[in-house]
Design a binder for this molecule. Structure first.
Ligand code: FAD
Length: 513
């Protein structure tokens, strides 16, 4: 992940500050021993932790304090103020935790606290196997160790690499702005140190019914007492003449293949105005290619984000030189370009499609698990077969906030589900109740989205999308189901927290503010 030397501002906290200069609930950015430190007061208590998010270096001092945690404004990572430990993904690493001393009316930050060791847990469980080494698989394995589980963990993934920072594959990495070392979520040493057996390039072919083992395509077998299925999703492939020329993007290998094809190329056609299609368009523009986008809808992202956001996203891409061909489909892909329904040919050296994904449920189906456009799980993320859990893009869960069974394709949701599933594999009975959150990045603009509005009848824009300062509330029958923001990270965090509390009045106040 990105690392830069922190710039320091605010007071030197080792010198002390008046305790009462900090209002109850307030955050203060300062520094100690050359590191940025965030001080938070809650009642008569005060906490001090590292001020820079361990995920992508977001400024925690611009985040939100919820109970004894602080949440990062960029991707909603959450840290304990008491320990600095990541409480919720996407952060995987802790931030420093500092000792706070009170001498009379003065509060000062002393040395760093040593990391806490988790008490042993789940001793009676022999082996845990995880199928799918992606977002959910990685976080499940890490959570098991963080919770003190000392038994065997086998993490099996079909990709040749270990778990990677998949969202970056369509963004800075594809644009050529992220170094290789940002992409693996962990290095090989991590798995050795934490005694996680990582098997890569290995597809699990079967989970025989009535047996507690998985069978790999090469015949190897892995026993389990608890199993997590986290097989993610596969891109939908187009079935048109010349389809073999189309590139898709899911894996690191796919991203590298697009980079290879883009190197020396001049013109690209992107099929699909989806989040991934548009992120690919932005990245290829950053690489200097001419980019045309073809999609059947009238506006990019209109079904998910509505007309206003769709128009905003379109104009954002047009400002960067992307040309759109909307309300049409590709009829064929030829050597020199993409033929549209109208017969027009868009010249292309490179064609990438982002036309949606399907949950990778073949294995779950073979295992006889209940399916419903994904793998059906209960509120504890357990499938219809006791001992087998599912998380991430494949899981359809009963969502407390909408009262519906939903399935989403969001990085943070996959990780948060994995965290809860891992704890439940150890015998906790923890409900998965997180409010869904995702982000999408187009050039220098990030759209953050909290909640879930599969269908909505009203999208109200507060502020100005063109002015890049806006909140959009998606309502059904008057009720706010989801909130999207542009350059209003604080609102996104506060909306998420209000939704968690079920505080619809607080949400309405937030939208009016
Ligand atoms: P994955 O991360 O896909 O991992 C599943 C793994 O299981 C894969 O490695 C797969 O090879 C493996 N597997 C499948 N079947 C088997 C098998 N039978 N045996 C062994 N291994 C198997 N979400 C956001 O919220 N924000 C973003 O900005 C964003 N950007 C994205 C950009 C790209 C390019 C892509 C592809 C996705 C993006 N997403 C984003 C979505 C996000 O990455 C997914 O929601 C998330 O990765 C889902 O996690 P998962 O663990 O369920 O699946």
């Amino acid at each position: 992940m990105s690392e830069s030397s922190p710039s320091l501002s605010g007071p030197d906290l080792t010198q002390g500050i008046p305790f009462n200069s900090l209002a109850d609930g307030a955050m203060l950015l300062g520094h100690a021993r050359g590191e940025p430190v965030l001080v938070v007061r809650r009642g008569e208590e005060a906490f001090a932790i590292g001020a820079v998010c361990s995920h992508y270096s977001g400024p925690l001092n611009e985040g939100l304090v919820v109970g004894d945690t602080v949440r990062c404004p960029w991707h909603h990572a959450c840290f304990s103020l008491r320990t600095g430990q990541p409480v919720r993904p996407p952060a995987l690493n802790p931030v420093a935790c500092w000792v706070v001393e009170r001498r009379g009316d003065v509060l000062l930050v002393a040395g760093k606290r040593p990391a806490l060791r988790a008490p042993a847990a789940g001793a009676e469980i022999g082996t845990i196997a995880i199928v799918g080494a992606g977002a959910a698989g990685e976080v499940a394995a890490e959570t098991l160790r963080r919770e003190g589980y000392r038994g065997a963990i086998t993490l099996i993934g079909a990709e040749p690499s270990g778990p990677v920072d998949r969202p970056n594959l369509s963004k800075d990495y594809l644009a050529g702005n992220a170094p290789e070392e940002w992409i693996p979520l962990r290095d090989a040493d991590f798995y050795l140190t934490h005694e996680i057996e990582l098997i890569t390039g290995a597809e699990v072919a079967a989970i025989p019914q009535g047996e507690r083992r998985v069978v790999l395509a090469d015949g190897r077998k892995v026993e389990w007492d608890r199993l997590l299925l986290a097989t993610g999703a596969d891109p939908v492939h187009l079935d048109i003449p010349g389809a073999e020329r189309i590139l898709y993007l899911r894996s690191l290998g796919d991203s590298r293949a697009i980079i290879r094809a883009a190197t020396g190329a001049k013109r690209a056609v992107v099929i699909g105005a989806s989040f991934i299609g548009l992120e690919v368009a932005a990245s290829l523009r950053t690489r200097g290619l001419e980019v045309q986008v073809v999609a059947p809808e009238q506006r990019p992202l209109e079904r998910v984000m509505g007309n206003e956001v769709g128009d905003f996203v379109r104009s954002l891409h047009e400002e960067h030189g992307v040309a759109f061909h909307l309300g049409t489909r590709p009829r064929a892909v030829e050597r020199d370009g993409v033929v549209l329904e109208s017969g027009e040919t868009l010249p292309a050296d490179l064609v990438v499609a982002g036309v949606g994904v399907r949950p990778a449920t073949a294995l779950a189906e073979q295992a006889g698990l209940a399916l419903d456009r994904g793998v059906v799980v209960d509120e504890f993320l357990e499938t219809s077969r006791p001992g087998i859990f599912a998380a991430g893009d494949i899981a359809r869960w009963p969502d407390r906030h909408t009262g519906e069974r939903i399935r989403v394709e969001h990085w943070v949701v996959a990780e948060r589900q994995a965290q809860v599933a891992a704890r439940n594999m150890l015998g906790r009975q923890e409900r998965f109740e997180a409010v869904p959150f995702f982000w999408s990045q187009h050039y220098d603009v990030t759209i953050a989205y909290v909640g879930h509005a599969a269908a909505w009848d009203q999208a109200d824009v507060h502020g100005s999308l063109a002015g890049r300062d806006a909140t959009v509330a998606y309502r059904r029958a008057g009720k706010v189901l989801a909130v999207a923001t542009v350059f209003r990270d604080g609102v996104s965090l506060a909306a998420e927290a209000a939704m968690e509390r079920g505080d619809s009045q607080g949400l309405e106040r937030l939208l009016k503010a």
